[in-house]
Design a protein around this ligand. Sequence first.
Ligand SMILES: [Zn+2]
Ligand SMILES: [Zn+2]
Ligand SMILES: [Zn+2]
Length: 172
Amino acid sequence: MPTPTSESLLSQAEAICQQRSVRLTPQRLEVLRLMTLQPGAISAYDLLDLLRVSEPQAKPPTIYRALDFLLEQGFIHRVESTNSYVVCHHFQEPMHTSVMLICDRCGGVTEQQADGAEEILQRVARNSRFSLRHSVIEAHGLCSGCEKVEACDDREHCAHDHQLSSGKKRGR
Ligand SMILES: [Zn+2]
Ligand SMILES: [Zn+2]
Ligand SMILES: [Zn+2]
């Protein structure tokens, strides 16, 4: 993951919650912290497993409540097509339109700002007298690392893991 570190994202989140007078409980903060350590998106159940390391009594509703809060504050995005969640790297821009580049092979998700796409969506929304609040564009394909592996033609001698197959469904 490039740029913002886990710590700087967490302190940003704390400052924003203070400004908004909403409570970032230690539990919500912990869920966000765990998410910032992920290389990509993570499912609620995988997140629950991680949370149970520090909070053994945590139950699915615990996670969903924390995720709802984090979604509301715009700190994370839901990746609908893989039913997972990913940290947003643009906390300060609650209205932004992002493109989620989802790798079908490794499940990695990278968020990219999509400025041109935003204008198009706004125009479509205006034409339909629809008041646009939030949108996420999800694009599927192969990340650069996986593309290399898929293109490999020396499967006998290489060090790649060719077991992972394209189209594997993650999440749940
Ligand atoms: Zn975002
Ligand atoms: Zn990949
Ligand atoms: Zn190979």
